[in-house]
Design a protein around this ligand. Structure first.
Ligand SMILES: [Ca+2]
Ligand SMILES: [Ca+2]
Length: 450
């Protein structure tokens, strides 16, 4: 009987290990991390490191994705990890997450005051610069970890769209760098990414990135001499700016019809109907936009919303996931719609695993049709609900033997809503909220996770 064991194992594994590919369009994923290393998409037509474009797609050695910002196969720069090896960044991220989850202790509040809030301005600026920089550096790895940990069959492709930058001297510099990088995200580059998604037949692509049109509008009005525009002027100009982006955005999303685009709603705590965000505000049959919730209790303070262009919500407060670090095992909590979108990408990839025949439009219908409906989301997202993984996967399975509508209805009767609890994080569960975070602390925390 002993001899049969390995054979049984090989018989069992293939049925459970159907790979589902997800593209993470972001700042470049650290594939060596222990939570991600077994979840790396590999281009089947490419031989690594031979300096030859084996699959003739115009990209030499695009083995695990592509760096679209610099036109290189290298999607991640591990040489910068040593800038963060002292661990201070990780400690501060943990504290920021506790602040956002409203689980910070009086002692921690004191520590924050002493070590951060009361720092002289140049040192505070330098520290915030480092944190902002790390937030961007780690972003794609954090997003990828959410997908890899949530769906054991997921394989991640990294499409890097931000260029490599040096550690900046101050927070103001990082903001400048981030906006420069966002402004450089031309539709041409987005179109190249979409072409690659189509070529590689990616069923799901995660976009935890966005350009707030209000920023572009304010810059444009500033150049035109209007340094203090009214909110109405900003809204009007933002909509005008969005129209130009929208035409091209619809084109590149339509150019990858086999891909479901999962897009973060953005983190301004604002209504996207008034101040549009790109690409979150693009309407397409194969795109879905995601707001963030604090667990299953409320819309996150920072989350954008819009019952027209934001379809679903997902947990996005204090989400613990993988980040680059010296031991390739570091985990850090981050908050943002950037963390809510990959939850939905993870569920979408699980739908594909349950029923490989589903189209992006069908996946989108299932995600929307199987949400946990919440009264407090009725004026925030079009489905009024939070994506429910088990119910969505059940509907995907049922859809192979019945109509999509019937499958969704049956899954709704079979699978209960998730328990109504707040952000479930690993922090000491006996600690309760005794200190209200200041607005300034929240602003920093939000910026870090954008
Ligand atoms: Ca190639
Ligand atoms: Ca090659």
């Amino acid at each position: 009987m002993k001899k049969l064991a390995p054979l049984l194992a090989t018989l069992v594994i293939p049925t459970a290990a159907l790979a589902t590919n997800v593209a993470v369009v972001d700042s470049g994923t650290f594939f060596a991390h222990e939570k991600i290393r077994d979840h790396v998409w590999t281009n089947p037509g490419e031989i690594d490191g031979n300096m030859v474009d084996d699959d003739h797609n115009g990209k030499v050695d695009d083995i695990h994705g592509w760096n679209f910002a610099e036109n290189l196969p290298k999607v991640f720069y591990p040489e910068h990890i040593s800038d963060f090896s002292d661990g201070s960044v990780f400690k501060i991220f943990h504290l920021l997450a506790k602040i956002q989850a409203k689980k910070v202790t009086p002692e921690e509040k004191e520590w924050w005051k002493e070590h951060i809030q009361n720092l002289p301005k140049p040192q505070k600026d330098a520290l915030l610069g480092k944190l902002n920089y790390y937030g961007q550096y780690a972003h794609s790895t954090h997003v990828s970890g959410i997908i890899a940990m949530g769906n054991p069959a997921a394989k991640i492709m990294s499409a890097r769209i931000f260029p490599d930058t040096q550690l900046p001297a101050s927070a103001a510099n990082t903001e400048g760098l981030i906006y420069e990088a966002l402004a450089a995200l031309s539709n041409k580059q987005f179109a190249e990414v979409a072409h690659y998604l189509h070529e590689t037949k990616m069923p799901v692509a995660n976009y935890s990135v966005g350009v707030p049109m209000s920023q572009i509008a304010k810059n444009a009005m500033g150049i035109m001499g209007n340094k203090n525009p009214t909110p109405e002027q900003i809204a009007t100009e933002s909509k005008r700016a969005f129209e130009a982006f929208e035409r091209q955005g619809k084109q590149w999303i339509a150019s990858a019809p086999e891909t479901l685009f999962v897009i973060a709603a953005a983190n301004d705590g604002a209504d996207n109907a008034i101040l549009p965000v790109f690409p979150a505000n693009i309407h397409a049959d194969n795109a879905i936009t995601v707001a963030a919730t604090d667990g299953y209790l409320s819309l996150a303070d920072f989350s954008n919303w819009d019952t027209n262009t934001v379809q679903v919500a997902a947990p996005g407060v204090a989400i613990v996931s993988s980040v680059p670090g010296p031991t390739a095992t570091e985990m850090v909590p981050m908050s943002g719609t950037s963390m809510a979108a990959p939850f939905v990408s993870m569920v979408a990839s699980s739908l594909k695993e349950a029923n490989v025949g589903l189209t992006p439009i069908e996946m989108r219908s299932i995600l929307i049709g199987t949400v946990d409906k919440k009264a407090w989301l009725a004026t925030k997202v079009s489905s009024s609900g939070i994506v429910n993984k088990d119910r969505a996967v059940r509907a995907a399975t049922l859809a192979s033997t019945m109509t999509l509508d019937a499958a969704i209805q049956q899954a709704r009767t079979e699978i209960a809503d998730m328990p109504e609890v707040g952000s479930s994080v690993d922090f000491n569960p006996t600690e309760t909220a005794t200190v209200e975070p200041t607005r300034e602390m929240l602003n920093w925390a939000q910026k870090l996770a954008q």
